[in-house]
Design a protein around this ligand. Structure first.
Ligand code: ADP
Ligand code: MG
Length: 293
């Protein structure tokens, strides 16, 4: 009866919006005791909007948006989309950048209208030996405490502005976390974003454990570390930068609304991108395997 039960379980999964790669996946699903949740696009919608521009003394907001938007137009990152969309709405056609470079987990850089421009995290500023001037540093801390992601715009060796972006927590995320906890799993929020922002999102959905400011290539090490502590790790993610971690996890759950890289790396796909179906998957596997015994 074993193969039959697994087949029934897989079929039931499809009805629930859970695509399972192979019958053995149900076995690992049952054992998970920790669920690592990517923030952007998994717990939150990933559709970010530009909420505020804070210029340094004497800088022009439109010019900031034109130069920053020109670079971000060439990037696929949710932060980049927010900036490019707002910039295009505000200034119309954006100039074409030269020497465009994407720095994963940090930002973008390039030459726009003859200026060497960078748009990204404070850490990227540091790589250019730049620092936030005091009024902007204070504004950044305040915005981050309120859950906004803050990136800097600099060109020709000077920080010109801060851009504040945010997306919303999905309406189903808090309930999903509650259900996962109810099944005995400990949720952990994992993100490349700033710690203050991550904590604000975690608090909103009921997660206590937060691992933030993790570079894209280091997410997989976080999963390894949790495993080395003896935890059986399920990881839910949607991004290119989640793929290695999804593959490393005992169980990888990809958001069906996410990137192909994540879907290929995962053991199962949550077709609708609804985090609650992660809990459904765990329940389903436990039931399926209980009928086998
Ligand atoms: P997450 O784990 O939340 O998906 P990433 O590792 O992709 O985040 O990015 C981490 C942070 O790096 C972002 O929150 C943002 O501050 C910054 N960043 C990444 N790409 C860009 C970009 N194209 N423009 C501006 N900032 C960026
Ligand atoms: Mg993501």
């Amino acid at each position: 009866a074993t193969p039959t039960a697994l087949m029934v379980g897989t079929g039931r999964g499809a009805q629930l919006g859970i695509l399972i790669k192979g019958p053995e996946v149900l076995e690992t699903t049952r054992r998970a005791d920790t669920v690592v949740l990517d923030k952007t696009g998994t717990v939150t919608t990933g559709r970010m909007t530009l909420l505020a521009v804070r210029t340094a003394e004497g800088e022009d907001e439109e010019r900031v948006l034109r130069l920053a938007g020109a670079l971000e137009h060439a990037s696929e990152h949710p932060v980049a989309r927010a900036v490019a969309t707002a910039a295009a709405e505000r200034v119309g056609e954006l100039p074409r950048p030269e020497d465009f470079g994407n720095v994963p987990g940090l930002g973008v850089q390039g030459v726009v209208e003859g200026h060497a421009v960078l748009v990204g995290r404070e850490k990227l500023l540091a790589a250019w030996s730049l620092r936030l001037p005091e009024p902007l540093a204070a504004a950044k801390a305040e915005a981050e405490a309120g859950g906004r992601t803050v990136i800097a715009v600099a060109w020709d060796g000077e920080v010109r502005a801060l851009l504040e972006v945010a997306d919303a927590v999905k309406p189903t995320s808090a309930e999903a976390v509650r259900r996962l906890r109810g099944l005995g799993l400990t949720p952990v929020l994992l993100t490349g974003d700033n710690t203050a922002v991550a904590r604000a999102v975690a608090a909103e959905v009921g997660i206590d454990e937060v691992i933030a400011e993790v570079m894209p290539q280091d997410k997989v090490d976080v999963v390894r570390r949790l495993q080395s502590e003896g935890r059986s790790v399920a990881m839910v993610g949607d991004g290119v930068n989640d793929a290695a971690a999804l593959a490393q996890a005992d169980l990888g759950l990809a958001m069906g609304t996410g990137t192909d890289a994540a879907i290929e790396a995962g053991d199962l796909t949550l077709v609708r991108g609804d985090l609650r179906t992660a809990a459904d998957a765990v329940r389903l596997s436990r039931r399926t395997l209980a009928t086998i015994r």
